[in-house]
Design a protein around this ligand. Sequence first.
Ligand code: GDP
Ligand code: MG
Length: 267
Amino acid sequence: MSDRGSPSTAQAPAAADLSPPSLAPPLAPSLAAAPLVSIVIPVYNEEGILQGSVLELQDKLKKFGWSYEILLCENGSRDRTVEIGKQMEADHAPRVRMLSIGQPNYGLAMRTGILEARGIFVICDEIDLCDTEFYARALALLERSDTELVVGSKAMVGSNDQRPVVRRLATRVYNGLLRAVCQYSGTDTHGLKAFRRDALTETARRCVLDRDVFASEFVIRAHREGKKVLEIPFTVREKRPPSINLLKRVPHVLKSVARLAVSVRQK
Ligand SMILES: Nc1nc2c(ncn2[C@@H]2O[C@H](COP(=O)(O)OP(=O)(O)O)[C@@H](O)[C@H]2O)c(=O)[nH]1
Ligand SMILES: [Mg+2]
């Protein structure tokens, strides 16, 4: 197994390490027009939790004192998600931005958000998670070490995955598949992510797969391109069950993994 497919891993830092990174120049928000942090959140049919999650997230972010933007990356919603997102943008601009991008497609939404992000750091989250404890740990690592991409793992030692057993099992089967076909030795590609935008934007641009498999292509490409990637455990506590049935995702994922094996070997 090549080193390129082997992310470093880190145990959860001690409580004392959870403080937000100090914003020493040149990262101080006052010195830069762009925000320090862009938080990219794909959203689809989330009228039930969208507003509450964004308000709660903004509230939690206050304690960090970061300048930030939240990019809500919607596509194809058939409920009131667009209307609510647009209202959030109107009420909270420029801190909340709403992107609406056509057909339902998680990966395309995330990739578009990453390419639209303006922050020095980019965090990819999910509207049913919004885990600011992960943000603090990841940004501390990105700021204080040469790590370029932090991947939150639901499956490594120290993680606390509170999802039902079937979904935990699915994560392990999927990672086994990635190990077999892409020689990827990390434990999870679908967890939360945080990275230095200047280091990873071109990696996102080179990704060709979308929907569920974009996140895997992004992480595996980063490894293969020699980026400094670190996995850290995190706690998965969802605000609601997923809207799309796990079994419905399987056929497309299987087809895409075959394409992924080819794609990540190409520049
Ligand atoms: N833009 C967009 N977001 C999506 C789509 N499917 C899921 N999401 C979002 O992706 C995040 C994770 O989705 P979720 O249903 O919790 O699935 P899980 O990742 O299996 O837990 C949430 O913020 C969803 O709103 C989609 O087709 N398009
Ligand atoms: Mg979820």
